[in-house]
Write a protein that binds this ligand. Structure first.
Ligand code: AVJ
Length: 329
């Protein structure tokens, strides 16, 4: 079997507890308090995210799967034979399977993931479904430069696959930087396949981040529970609440954790003071029109070769390639 020995390479690890402490303290010392959204995804947070995907209001996952149901064969056609598929993150078994099923003689599958348990689980699952496909899991933080493993044979092109609208978590400037990094990693003949949620009716977007069952609120507050667990801090989860609003000027959902009263919280040796009503930023989920996305792609030296939509036109999958040389005027 082509499963390479599962030896996590420790190129770029997520921070150990001491760095976690520093990151949290820095975020809470700032005038506008802020914590990074990747802090959501401990084991409990990843479970809760999967539950979010099943909520009736959260259309993103269903729309992207519907898109692939309709268009995966055509996407695979556009990518061509002998592709090396590098996936940023690895928690997308259904989507990746829909794509891989249609690819013609793929060279290898390279999931890039920092949560070693998820990486291992997804490789095992994929190896079962695609027993002849070489798997080259890379244990790394995909926001950092990657050293891709040497492929088992020469690929015709390297495709960086970034589904799920995870790019929406990055501010425009950071999204452009990340696309630039993908462009470096895909090489000259490569391409990027990225899922991007579309701008649409604001009520529909806001409902997706404020499900009636309260799963998203629990997901958001789990960040505080995680900090309590891992750093021994004393956030009282009943004294904070989740708030997600669409900011139409910025074109994004902004999720905050709101302090319900004046209170102090201990994080290591530090004490953070919260005013009543004070908001701490924990996530952006940026929404793009096709024109918006073409503009950030261009700023990263890329052009949109093709875009696909789901039947309800809620979500897009964008195929980006290197921008041709500027034509002289
Ligand atoms: C996994 C980043 C795509 O922003 O829609 C879902 C995360 N946050 N509900 C998103 C999330 C709240 C999700 N992404």
């Amino acid at each position: 079997m082509s499963l390479q020995a599962f030896e996590p390479r420790d190129d770029d690890r997520r921070p150990p507890a001491s760095e976690l402490l520093e990151i949290v303290q820095r975020g809470l010392r700032a005038k506008l308090k802020q914590l990074p959204s990747w802090l959501f995804y401990d084991e409990r947070g990843s479970q809760l995210f999967e539950q979010i995907c099943e909520q009736p209001e959260y259309y993103l996952t269903r729309a992207e799967i519907a898109l692939l149901d309709v268009h995966a064969a055509e996407i695979a056609d556009v990518l061509g034979p002998d592709v090396r598929l590098v996936e940023y993150g690895s928690g997308n078994a259904i989507k990746t399977r829909l794509l891989l099923e249609h690819l013609s003689s793929p060279v290898s599958y390279v999931p890039v993931e920092i949560a070693s348990a998820s990486l291992k689980a997804s490789v095992e699952r994929m190896a079962e479904q695609f027993p002849r496909l070489p798997m080259q899991p890379l244990y790394a933080d995909f926001t950092r430069p990657l050293r891709l493993p040497i492929p088992p044979r020469a690929p015709r092109r390297t495709i960086v696959y970034f589904p799920g609208s995870t790019i929406g978590n990055f501010e425009q400037r950071d999204a452009i930087q990340l696309l630039r990094k993908m462009r470096d990693e895909m090489g000259m003949a490569g391409g990027i396949l990225v899922g991007a949620d579309l701008k649409k009716d604001v009520a529909l977007i806001e409902a997706a981040y404020n499900d009636r069952a309260g799963v998203t609120a629990e997901f958001t507050l789990n960040m505080l529970a995680r900090i309590n667990r891992e750093l021994g801090s004393n956030f009282n989860l009943d004294a904070f609440r989740h708030r997600s609003h669409y900011n139409p000027l910025a074109g994004r959902i902004e999720t905050h954790i709101i302090s319900l009263c004046e209170q102090k919280v201990r994080i290591g040796r530090m004490q953070a003071s919260f005013a009543e009503g004070e908001a701490m930023l924990v996530e952006y989920s940026c929404k793009y029109s096709p024109t918006d996305f073409a503009a950030i792609a261009a700023k990263a030296g890329l052009e949109v070769a093709q875009v696909w939509f789901d039947p309800e036109v809620l979500f897009s999958v964008q195929y980006l390639v290197r921008k041709g040389p500027a034509v002289q005027a």
